[in-house]
Design a protein around this ligand. Structure first.
Ligand SMILES: [Cu+2]
Length: 264
């Protein structure tokens, strides 16, 4: 019994490591200015944790193999289990601290650096179970959202008040995120109900929506594409269906799209 467990643990550890090494399931090619440093960081983290994972599983399998069939073999550990537990806690703690130290450099480039001054500002609202994107329109100004005016039946997803608020009159609201290529984009993310998350694998961009907060995040897409974003926080019964198209267009196509939207 002990020996077959040791074999099973080794096989599971090596097969799962092999899946990552062969990249059977991996991220799609990146189309973001910050994609490369993020990918380098992901690989570093995978190597660091992967080596320790395989080593720990093989050590476990070795001990189980050696002590199988020997009653009381666990007492053979020098000093009993306490030094093992202390050592394991220290190693895991150091590993996590190391990962934080290395990972912070990339993280701060995304979350601590402000968006470039020329960034295109798009307001994003998440709600059960859809994303909506708002562009300021020709006046360059967003109308003020009024939560009490939100009315999905009349497509007033942001609670705008165009009768009284001139800045709101030309706001463009879209169910897809459409951006021009090679243009820095600033998203201000807010939720109208519960926690959601926005994940665009090609842009290596993932950020939670937290009710009550307006969270800024910025990116620059470097390739023309049409892809999807998904909600990655379990947000209710319709969560599985919460997604939106993301289109990165040439500057000309983006300008045409804006005119089309404004005419609707
Ligand atoms: Cu959601």
């Amino acid at each position: 019994m002990g020996k077959s467990f040791a074999i099973a643990v080794s096989v599971i550890a090596l097969v799962s490591a092999g899946i990552f090494l062969s990249r059977v399931w991996w991220l799609p090619p990146d189309i973001s200015v910050l994609g490369l440093p993020i990918d380098v960081q992901i690989v570093e983290t995978m190597v660091f944790t992967g080596v320790l994972f395989v080593a720990a599983q093989l050590a476990l399998a070795t001990f189980v193999w050696q002590s199988s069939g020997r009653v009381g073999a666990i007492k053979l550990f020098p000093g009993g289990p306490m030094p093992m537990v202390v050592m394991a806690t220290a190693i895991v703690g150091l590993e996590i601290l190391g990962l934080i130290f290395v990972g912070t450099k990339v993280w701060s480039r995304i979350f601590l650096a402000p968006a470039p001054a020329n960034a295109l500002h798009i307001d994003v609202q998440a709600g059960q179970f859809a994303f909506y994107f708002r562009y300021p329109g020709p006046d360059g100004k967003f109308g003020v959202p009024h939560p009490e005016l939100i009315n999905e039946g009349e497509s007033n997803f942001f609670g705008l008040d165009p009768k009284n608020d001139t800045a709101a009159r030309d706001d463009i609201v879209s169910a897809s995120l459409v951006v021009p290529v090679n243009q820095p984009v600033l998203l201000t993310m807010h939720s109208k109900d519960v926690g959601h998350s926005l994940f665009i694998p090609e842009l290596r961009l993932q950020q939670d929506f937290v009710p009550g907060l307006i969270i800024p995040v910025h990116f620059t897409a470097t390739g023309i594409t049409k892809t999807e974003m998904v909600c990655t926080q379990l947000c209710g019964l319709g969560h599985y269906n919460m997604r939106a198209y993301v289109e990165v267009l040439s500057r000309d196509d983006y300008a045409k799209w804006l005119i089309e939207q404004a005419g609707q």
